[in-house]
Design a protein around this ligand. Structure first.
Ligand SMILES: Nc1ncnc2c1ncn2[C@@H]1O[C@H](COP(=O)(O)OP(=O)(O)OP(=O)(O)O)[C@@H](O)[C@H]1O
Length: 220
């Protein structure tokens, strides 16, 4: 399965945010998107998911254009930057409803076994993020979009997710963005940088210096 995003043009009033975008993401690969603050990473993920409508966009799956909002195809799951599960819902119900195995989760994330019967709002912000990210990754969707999955997590949980992503990527298209760029670089099979409205495919990490995403003396 190949997902292509092409010809995106996004404006907010007279401010053009995105205009030269081409992204290709394949099943079996992790596709990373880097970019400075305000470069349009979240907007691009929202456009792909179908929550934000730009002036133009073209989304193709295996060369076939998707003409309706992508989320309506039920192919795609999206982790937004903000918490999105109802606060009063019990965690065990969430796992049951989404048909995700609690035992498998609690053996990977051992500190969470005590929360099976808790409501989501009893967890810290980072703990809620662990649950959300896990459910989005382990749900039935073939395409997963992750907006800053690592930013609020402690190193051990980041490692757990990196292992999980490497395990499940053979069956999914995974597109993710984060400011913890070393993790994105390490985990990605394909890397893009959003810069000045364009997507730049990064094949040589030194290009991240050329585009001033990192400074000249950064060790990559
Ligand atoms: N609803 C909106 N109305 C007007 N401008 C917006 C809106 N949403 C986003 N923008 C602008 O679009 C640009 C890109 O925003 P976006 O959130 O996609 O950036 P980002 O790369 O995800 O940034 P960050 O890394 O800081 O989260 C920003 O300049 C932002 O101000």
């Amino acid at each position: 399965m190949i997902l292509e995003i092409d010809n995106v043009e996004l404006w907010f009033k007279d401010k053009r945010i995105l205009h030269g975008i081409y992204l290709k993401a394949k099943k079996g690969e992790v596709t990373g998107i880097l970019g400075s603050n305000g470069s349009g990473k979240s907007c691009l993920l929202k456009i792909i998911f179908g929550h934000l409508t730009p002036k133009y966009k073209l989304i193709r799956i295996d060369n076939k254009p998707i003409t309706k909002a992508f989320y309506k195809t039920k192919l795609v799951a999206y982790l937004p930057q903000q918490h999105f599960f109802p606060k009063n819902l019990k965690i065990k119900k969430l796992f049951k409803f989404l048909k995700v195995d609690w035992q498998e989760f609690s053996s990977l994330f051992s500190g969470f076994s005590k929360y099976h019967n808790s409501k989501i709002n009893k967890l810290s912000g980072g703990e809620q993020r662990v649950i959300e990210t896990y459910l989005v990754l382990k749900g039935p969707h073939k395409i997963v979009l992750l907006d800053e999955p690592f930013s609020h997590l402690s190193p051990h949980y980041i490692e757990c997710f990196i292992n999980l992503i490497n395990t499940i990527k053979s069956s999914k298209i995974i597109i993710l963005t984060d400011h913890i760029y070393q993790h994105i670089i390490n985990i990605s099979d394909k890397l893009y940088l959003l810069e000045n409205g364009y997507s730049r495919e990064i094949n040589d990490l030194e290009d991240l210096k050329f585009y001033k995403y990192v400074s000249e003396n950064t060790i990559l």
